[in-house]
Design a protein around this ligand. Structure first.
Ligand code: ZN
Length: 453
C-alpha cells in the first residue's frame, strides 16, 4: 500500500498544474501522463460532431491571460493559477475602465481569500476569477489592460481515454468512469483521475471474472459523446461507478445509484459495514456528475459514487482552496481500497447451484466435516482478526457468521441456481469473501456448480 500512496502522490503532483477543459491540449497532456502509468487508448471526437441533442464544441486552448494596470504591472496572471481565467474564455486584448472590467470579474465574498472556478463553455464570453479581498483593493479610477491569448478551433476535437478489461468467464460488464475537464482543482477532480488510473492498473494485474469498461472523459459533453459513439456497448453495461472527489480531509460518502438498492449499492454498503466505517449516505440526485447521462432513460445504467468529501458538500468545492493542501495521497488510497473491496464483491457474486439438491450431502465421506461430533458451535474464535471471518449479528441477535461448517450449510441451503452470494451474505451475515471460499471448496468437491448469470 505504501507503494500505491507513493504512486498516487507522484500522479497528483504531475497532473494538478495542467490547465484542463472539456477539450484541448490540457486534456491530452493529462491523459498522456496517466497513460504512461497505466496504458489505455486515447481517442478524439471532432468538433462539430452531433451527439444526440448536443454538438462537440470548438477546441479551446490557452497560452496566457492577464490583467495589467496602467503601469504595466500584472495584477492577475493565469500563469500563477489557471483558475484565474474563466474556462473557455474567448480571446481579448483591450483597455477597459474598472466599471467595464467589473462585469467580467468573479469573486467569493463569503471566502474572501479564495477565488472561484468558473466556465463559459457554450456562451461566447470571457472573465477572470480573483479573490474578493483583491477585488476590493482595485483602483476604481484605473484603466486596465486585458489580455487573453486563447483560441477556439472549429476543426479541433474532444479527447478521451478508454480501456476495456475483458473478464474471463462472465458476460457482465461494469463501467468505471471519471472526468478530466477540471483545471487545477485537487479533490474535484485530480483525485478522481488518479484513483481511476491506479484502479485500472490494479485490476489489469488481476484475473477478472467480469469485464470492466474504464473511461476518462470531459464531464457532461464527454459522457454524452461517449454514449452516442458507443450506444450498443453501453446499453449492455450492468452498473458502475463515477469516480470523483476521493481524497479530501472530511468524511467518506456514498451517492446511491438511481435504483437505490442495486447490486452496486449493496456491495458498497457491505464494504463499509465490514470495515465498520462511518460514511454519509447520499440518495440518488439528478444533479451531480455523469451518472445522470449514464442512467438516462435510454441507458439506465445504475451508477454509484464513493467519495471522500463529496463534490458540492465541502466548503472549498470549486474554489482555489481545493488545492494540494486539501487532499492527500493516503486519503486517496483509503478510498481506492473501498472501490477495490466493492469490486471484489462484484467479482465473487456468483450463483451456486446444488448438484446434490435432495437433502444435504454427506460431508464426512468427503473429509469436509469435523470428525469428532459435539464440538460444533463451541469454538471461541477471535473473528475480528481477519475481516474475511468477521462475525455479524443478524436479526434477533443470533450470531451465525464465521463458522465454516455453517457457511457450507448456508451455501448449500441456498444453492437453488437463483440466489447469488451477495443475497446469501445479506440473509446470513457472512461476508461474501467467506461464502466465496466455501463455494469454491464445495465446487471442488462437486457438490455445487457455479451458475453464470
Ligand atoms: Zn466539479
Amino acid at each position: 500500500m505504501t507503494e500505491m500512496v507513493d504512486d498516487a502522490e507522484t500522479l497528483i503532483k504531475r497532473i494538478f498544474p495542467i490547465c484542463r477543459s472539456i477539450t484541448g491540449d490540457g486534456v491530452r497532456q493529462t491523459l498522456s501522463a496517466l497513460k504512461e502509468f497505466s496504458d489505455f487508448e486515447i481517442k478524439e471526437i471532432p468538433s462539430g460532431t452531433k451527439c444526440y441533442d448536443w454538438v462537440v464544441p470548438s477546441e479551446w486552448n490557452i497560452k496566457d491571460a492577464y490583467i495589467e494596470d496602467s503601469s504595466g504591472k500584472r495584477i492577475i496572471d493565469f500563469k500563477n493559477n489557471n483558475l484565474h481565467i474563466v474556462n473557455y474564455s474567448i480571446p481579448q486584448d483591450k483597455i477597459l475602465s474598472f466599471q467595464e472590467l467589473e462585469e467580467h470579474l468573479h469573486t467569493l465574498p463569503q471566502m474572501p481569500n479564495a477565488f472561484p472556478y468558473r466556465t463559459t463553455y457554450y456562451k461566447k464570453n470571457w472573465g477572470f476569477c480573483i479573490s474578493h479581498n483583491q477585488f476590493k483593493k482595485l483602483d476604481r479610477n484605473e484603466k486596465y489592460h486585458i489580455k487573453i491569448d486563447s483560441s477556439l478551433n472549429p476543426k479541433g476535437s474532444l479527447t478521451y481515454g478508454e480501456y476495456v478489461i475483458k473478464g474471463d468467464s462472465s458476460d457482465k460488464e461494469f463501467l468505471i468512469s471519471t472526468y478530466c475537464c477540471h483545471p487545477s482543482l485537487a479533490n474535484d477532480n485530480v483525485s478522481g483521475q488518479v484513483l481511476w488510473t491506479l484502479l485500472l492498473q490494479e485490476l489489469k494485474s488481476r484475473k477478472m471474472y467480469h469485464s470492466y469498461r474504464f473511461i476518462i472523459i470531459p464531464e457532461t459533453i464527454g459522457a454524452i459523446a461517449y454514449l452516442n459513439k458507443n450506444e450498443k456497448a453501453m446499453k449492455g453495461v450492468s452498473g458502475g461507478f463515477v469516480i470523483t472527489s476521493v481524497a479530501g480531509k472530511g468524511n467518506f460518502g456514498y451517492k446511491r445509484t438511481y435504483l437505490g438498492n442495486h447490486l452496486i449499492d449493496r456491495v458498497v454498503e457491505k464494504t463499509f459495514k465490514e470495515l465498520n466505517l462511518d460514511y454519509i449516505e447520499y440518495p440518488f440526485d439528478a444533479n451531480g456528475s455523469d451518472e445522470r447521462q449514464f442512467s438516462s432513460p435510454n441507458f439506465r445504467i445504475p451508477v454509484g459514487t464513493i467519495c471522500k468529501d463529496k463534490y458540492c458538500e465541502y466548503d472549498y468545492y470549486h474554489t482555489s482552496f481545493d488545492n494540494l493542501e486539501f487532499i492527500s495521497a493516503s486519503n486517496l488510497v483509503e478510498t481506492l481500497k473501498l472501490y477495490l473491496m466493492s469490486i471484489e464483491k462484484l467479482e465473487m457474486n456468483v450463483i451456486p447451484k446444488s448438484l446434490n439438491p435432495c437433502c444435504e450431502p454427506m460431508l464426512s465421506k468427503r473429509s469436509i466435516y469435523p470428525t469428532i461430533g459435539g464440538q460444533i458451535r463451541q469454538r471461541a474464535v477471535d473473528f475480528n482478526k481477519n475481516h474475511k471471518e468477521r462475525r455479524y449479528e443478524v436479526s434477533g441477535g443470533r450470531s451465525i457468521g464465521g463458522n465454516e461448517l455453517d457457511a457450507m450449510r448456508w451455501v448449500m441451503f441456498h444453492s437453488d441456481g437463483e440466489t447469488s452470494l451477495m443475497e446469501i451474505a445479506e440473509k446470513t451475515g457472512f461476508s461474501v469473501e467467506q461464502l466465496y471460499e466455501t463455494t469454491k471448496k464445495l465446487e471442488k468437491h462437486k457438490l455445487i456448480k457455479i451458475q453464470k448469470k
